[in-house]
Write a protein that binds this ligand. Structure first.
Ligand code: RB5
Length: 146
């Protein structure tokens, strides 16, 4: 895996699931960088998507986990950095394909849409699955072009 550290970030809506996934990652022995938020007090998801983008963009983290209510806003925010490929994932299949085809380096979940166990399983699959390469290499490279 590129870079050992896994960053996690959420807004208030994603806080509880972010904490749960963070605990799972720590228990699995990963080095976790928590970018906040730190409570269920209302915050703005773009700030945490940007914090993730900065962590991935600077190489402080090699992988990231984002959570907001839908996963949509926080993944849009993170994807503004061309070094980020944040995939909004709903199940283990989308988690696997986001790695195999898109070489996603960040996974995003919608805490109000996905079940807790589905998110936990999807995260495991996301981290365990390798990029397939081949025909996908040129396509993924185009994602980082201006
Ligand atoms: C917060 O209410 C909600 O809008 C946010 O968590 C997220 O779903 C935005 O995309």
């Amino acid at each position: 895996m590129a870079g050992a550290t896994i960053a996690v970030a959420s807004d208030h809506a994603g806080f509880d699931l972010k904490e749960l996934l963070k605990r799972d990652l720590q228990q699995a022995g990963h080095d976790v960088l928590d970018l906040g938020t730190n409570s269920t007090e209302s915050v703005d998801y773009p700030d945490f998507g940007k914090a993730m983008a900065d962590a991935i963009g600077t190489g402080k983290a090699g992988r990231g986990v984002l959570v907001c209510g839908t996963g949509i806003g926080i993944s849009i925010a993170a994807n503004r950095n061309p070094k980020v490929r944040a995939a909004l994932v709903h199940d283990v299949t989308s988690a696997r394909l986001s790695r195999e085809h898109n070489d996603a380096n960040v996974v995003a979940f919608g805490s109000r849409l996905i079940g807790t166990e589905a998110a936990r399983e999807a995260l495991k699959v996301f981290l365990a699955t390798k990029f397939e390469g081949g025909r996908h290499i040129g396509r993924v490279a185009k994602l980082s072009k201006d």
